[in-house]
Design a protein around this ligand. Structure first.
Ligand SMILES: Cc1ncc(COP(=O)(O)O)c(C=O)c1O
Ligand SMILES: Nc1c(O)cccc1C(=O)C[C@H](N)C(=O)O
Length: 411
């Protein structure tokens, strides 16, 4: 049942089995933070962990820490920490580089695994880096890029049925509308047409349970700075299904992906397993922040997380109805990520006015007011208050104040 009053929400908060996690985050007071789908909140354990890496591991033990503190192994140990959150085996995930770089590696590897074909199928309206990297990969690989509407099943099936698609790249959850795609069904359809699939998990890792192995995904990439709370610019992850390990050839053949890096030999030989997707040295200090957040994430029941996420998005959708904004997010729970998007041509000013009231969401062109729901640190009462604030902003017309119309840097 969707709570309908603030008192209902307070009662839901009292019974919430995930409520205790809120105290494990450092949140500014007086703010309802609905932008954890862009930059997640700071775990309370992170500053201490980063300080330990800097002061003790680096400051005191210097070079010895590559072995003693496990720095060399971090891409694999952190990958193993992400694996249960995305339904993968520990040795199928490595951490390193950024999402864009990992997309590049995964797309090239997938194209090379399907050498008879030369089409990369992407989706219209995907996050721009996915579009741009696909463009770059296609140029370098002599491939042809096509785009379909991912949520139009007939169009997707038709594009795959052409029989020339080497690889399909999709976002599991759309960054703009929050639409959740059926990974199992789409992957099955792609495979039936001889196509490999790369999934972008930026908006699903830590937002909902993901089942890469049982859904038969080929490759996946994702960032750790949104729902996984690892901090701005934190290292990303790459999943490669075990069945592709031996034959995969990625293009950024640096020494961290070499079979025997300390032989310092003149020729490249790929490492075993997903490690062959690594390239060069990784930001160890940033990795410490990811390690701290993953320790917290190991204790999260993803079933409970999904239940609360759907309850929060449902509450927000219902409680913002009086604002009269058009819903861009699917109403059916099984088609929704952990986000609610509403449309209005003056959405930018509305979001700015809302931020002034202490409710932080964001705006995505051309007309999307976007709100992310991180179940570990959001309370039902917060969501109720945020919805009320949005209704008041829209109804009062306070967003018409000219100072809210001026675009300001990063949004
Ligand atoms: C779907 C998606 N892919 C990729 C990215 C980002 O890529 P990178 O981490 O390389 O900046 C984002 C957000 O920034 C995203 O929403
Ligand atoms: N990665 C970001 C960045 O480096 C700067 C500003 C914003 C971001 C984001 O993550 C945006 C986010 N992917 C989005 O869905 O809009």
């Amino acid at each position: 049942m969707t709570p309908t009053t603030r008192d209902d929400c307070l009662r839901r908060d009292e019974k919430d089995p995930l409520a205790g996690f809120r105290d494990e985050f450092l949140l500014p007071s007086g703010t309802v933070y609905l932008d954890g789908n862009s930059l997640g909140a700071l775990p309370a354990a992170t500053p201490g962990r980063v300080a330990r890496t800097v002061e003790q591991e680096w400051g005191e033990r210097l070079i010895a820490s590559w072995n003693e503190a496990g720095w060399w192994e971090k891409p694999r140990t952190l990958g193993a920490g992400i694996a249960p959150l995305v339904g993968a085996a520990p040795h199928e995930v490595v951490v390193g580089d950024g999402t864009s770089a990992n997309l590049f590696k995964a797309l090239v590897a997938a194209l090379r695994l399907n050498p008879e074909r030369h089409v990369v199928l992407g989706e219209r309206g995907n996050f721009p880096t996915d579009l741009y990297i696909t463009e770059g990969v296609s140029e370098i690989m002599g491939a042809v890029e096509r785009r379909v509407h991912a949520d139009n099943r007939a169009a997707l099936a038709g594009a795959l049925a052409a029989g020339d698609v080497a690889v399909l790249l999709l976002s599991h959850v759309d960054y703009s509308t929050g639409a959740l795609r059926d990974m199992a069904e789409i992957t099955r359809l792609a495979h039936a047409n001889g196509t490999l699939v790369v999934w972008d998990l930026c908006h699903s890792a830590g937002a909902l349970p993901v089942e890469l192995a049982s859904d038969r995904a080929d490759f996946a990439v994702g960032c750790t700075y949104k729902y996984l709370n690892a901090g701005p610019g934190a290292p990303a992850f790459l999943f490669a299904a075990e069945r592709h390990h031996a034959a995969s050839r990625q293009p950024l053949t640096g020494w961290h992906g070499h079979a025997r890096p300390f032989d310092f030999s003149a020729g490249y030989a790929p490492a075993e397993g997903a490690s062959r997707f690594l390239s060069g040295s990784q930001p160890v200090v940033a990795a410490a922040a990811l390690e701290a957040s993953l320790e917290l994430w190991q204790r999260v029941d993803l079933g409970l997380l999904r239940e609360k996420s759907l309850a929060l998005t449902d509450l927000f959708i219902e409680a913002t109805r009086p604002a009269g904004l058009r819903l861009a997010t699917p109403r059916e729970p099984e088609r929704r990520g952990s986000q609610v998007s509403l449309r209005h041509p003056d959405g930018y000013a509305m979001v700015r006015a809302l931020i002034e009231r202490g409710v932080v969401g964001d705006f995505r062109a051309p007309d999307i007011l976007r709100f992310g729901f991180a179940p570990l640190y959001l309370r039902y009462a917060d969501v109720f208050d945020a919805a009320q604030a949005l209704v008041e902003v829209v109804r009062s017309g306070e967003w018409r104040d000219p100072r809210f119309a001026v675009a300001t840097g990063v949004t």
